[in-house]
Design a binder for this molecule. Structure first.
Ligand code: 4AD
Ligand code: MG
Length: 428
């Protein structure tokens, strides 16, 4: 029996097991905000009902103490639809020591040091519930759309997204290994066995950036599909994101309320999303006052400015090839561009997806790899894929924490992952 099921038990006796989120007492009655992981409920403990002996133990309750409550569910006299529990029996499991996180404002460093406890706070609880819905929605959509999960390795001999952000693992005798930045290259191998595949796991980037959008360890979902063009790739992405947002709206309205998320904005996130070339985006940004150069990457402020008046995310596509990864397919209409698209979320949350059609011409790919000074031998297996039944294909990678930040409206990605790792944080 969990708190989230309580509406089904009006006027019935239930047993709840959980923790005291907060409490106040008025002599002979105690009001406890009980949480059990599934939700929160007010428990009313009346000394006259539980008896003197139990009351002695109950009087000692503190925030975060754990208890088992038996009681009758009743509807709040003034708030229809809100349920409370009138306790008949309260068993104290553990009296908590004085809890370091109270109702007063604590600084972010203090809270991050106490992350093992902070996870229990109402807002943090709500974020992880939404994250869970998002993860499941991604699986559900992809399974339905013909993708199967293929787990890519984390220890790899090469880089996927460029060498500047690699974590080295000095263990293997003949090779330096690196922690994976993205499973994409391995998924490209797997499409030749399964057609449509995805992975979903932790990836690592030794990013020197200390921004609200960067983690050194984060969760990425890479999807890859055979016989899918750049344009079709974007259609899969916008349908996936619309589905995910719809699922969160269907399952997590109470969490979004705790997070004070503007739900109306989420309701407008429906496919099709806008599309804009990199050149169009730059032109718009320059006219809006940005100092972005014609072939530059978008900065965080540029991304915010770009989507400021848009209800839906925007795909920025056809990028200058020198600022994108070696594997992106060149645009046949302009060989200095690649058929990649970044999906930029609304409300200043920035890039949430990076994707592209992949280069399949063996010689062009090899030339690009030479340009990037990649160790060809280590990548030979990847080049092989262009030799045996090569097909047009595309894929994309979602940064889970960025997606959670946008959907929950939480400004910093460090709150969207249970235990954040950043350049200056490895604990707890
Ligand atoms: O744009 P990225 O680097 O693309 C890739 O890694 C491709 N191989 C994916 C693919 O095509 N399968 O990363 C994908 C997404 C970004 O759009 C962003 O949301 C997120 O990963 N991301 C980060 N999230 C948190 N912290 C970081 N340091 C991130 N770097 C990228
Ligand atoms: Mg990117």
């Amino acid at each position: 029996m969990f708190i989230k099921e309580i509406v089904q038990y009006k006027d019935k006796e239930i047993v709840l097991k959980g923790w005291v989120a907060s409490l106040r007492s008025s002599g002979k009655i105690m009001f406890v905000q009980l949480r059990d992981g599934s939700g929160f409920v007010q428990v009313i403990i009346d000394k006259a009902t539980v008896g003197d002996e139990q009351w002695e133990a109950i009087k000692g309750l503190t925030q975060e103490s754990s208890i088992v409550v038996t009681g009758i569910v009743s509807e709040h006299p003034k708030k229809p639809g809100v349920f409370e529990v009138q306790a008949s029996n309260v068993e104290v499991v553990h009296i908590s020591e004085e809890y370091p996180i109270g109702n007063k404002d604590h600084g972010p460093d203090f809270l991050l040091d106490k992350r093992h406890l902070w996870l229990r706070s109402r807002k943090q609880w709500a974020i992880q519930r939404v994250r869970n819905t998002i993860i499941n929605a991604i699986y559900e959509f992809l399974n339905y759309d013909g993708f199967i999960k293929i787990d890519s390795p984390i220890l790899t001999p090469t880089s996927c997204e460029g060498t500047t952000e690699l974590f080295e693992v000095p263990y293997f005798e003949d090779n330096t290994a690196y922690l994976s930045q993205s499973g994409q290259l391995y998924l490209e191998a797997a499409i030749f066995a399964h057609g449509r595949v995805f992975d979903f796991g932790p990836v690592f980037r030794a990013e020197k950036s200390k921004t609200r959008r960067h983690l050194t360890e984060f969760w990425m979902m890479d999807a890859e599909a055979a016989f899918v063009s750049h344009e079709e790739n974007m259609v899969i992405q916008e349908n996936l994101i619309s589905f995910v947002v719809e699922k969160v709206l269907a399952n997590n309205l109470s969490e979004l309320e705790i997070l004070e998320r503007d739900v109306e904005k989420l309701q407008k996130v429906k496919a099709p999303f806008k599309r804009m070339t990199h050149a169009e985006a730059v032109k718009f940004l320059q006219s809006a006052g940005s100092d972005i150069g014609d072939r530059d990457d978008l900065g965080a402020d540029d991304e915010t400015m770009l989507t400021k008046d848009s209800d839906v995310p925007i795909f920025v596509e056809k990028w200058p090839k020198e600022i994108k990864a070696f594997y992106m397919k060149r645009d046949e209409e302009d060989e200095d561009l690649v058929l990649g698209a970044d999906l930029i979320a609304t409300e200043g949350f920035g890039e949430v997806i990076g994707g592209s059609e992949r280069e399949i011409d063996y010689d062009i790919l090899l030339a690009r790899m030479h340009e990037e000074k990649l160790p060809i031998e280590a990548f030979q297996w990847y080049l092989d894929l262009r030799k045996y039944g090569s097909v047009p294909h595309s894929g994309f990678g979602i940064g889970l924490e960025r997606l959670v930040a946008w959907i929950t409206g939480v400004k910093h990605v460090r709150e969207t992952i249970p235990f954040p790792r950043m350049i200056n944080r490895l604990k707890p």
